[in-house]
Write a protein that binds this ligand. Sequence first.
Ligand code: HEC
Length: 194
Amino acid sequence: MKQAWMLGAAIAFAAPLFTVVPLAAADNAPRYTEEGRLQAPINYREWIYLTSGFNMSYAEAQPGAAAGSPSRFDNVFASPEAYRSFQQTGTWPDKTVLVLEVRAAGSNASINKQGHFQTGERFALEVHVKDVERFPGDWAFFGFTGDEPAKMIAMTAQCYSCHLQHGAVDTTFVQFYPTLLPIAEAKQTFRSRR
Ligand code: HEC
């Protein structure tokens, strides 16, 4: 009898712990080296897909300028915990990690005659991290060349000013993320941006 009571007590104590501990949140939270470099989020391809931009450019078209440059796709991913939280609140929680990878566009290979597909060549891997205790503007950018930890991009870089001025939700480009845009509009977290 005594043992059964103890078991019951143990379950009663343990149960609330399981509901409170945010196990999943720790999994894809940003991790840093001792010098403050961000560890590459190497499993980001298992995260939630937000969009693919094709040849997006932020400058007015300049005659001749784009003609020689290769076409590119960019793919955006959010950590699953951040995505789930966005669905509830319409904005990003602390420890959000967003990834943008840039890939070359191929054409005329295999059976493809028109249009473009993505190739294995990754031009860039850029990461946007929300960590309110660590970064003065809540968010910071990092650029990776391989899987080595990356230094934070200086706050004077244009990344910060463009995202701050034009990002529709909390310095991110939700206006281009079709599954998130309606949520932000419904929750009224969407700032009208151009
Ligand atoms: C002139 C504006 C502009 C500048 C400068 C800029 N970005 Fe962005 N960024 C965008 C747009 C637009 C998107 C949305 C891309 C899409 O829809 O495919 C984006 C998306 C991103 C994302 C995906 C998550 C998010 O925040 O929405 C990351 C990561 C990112 N940019 C990193 C960078 C980094 C790093 C730099 C600086 C080296 C930079 N950006 C500079 C406009 C800009």
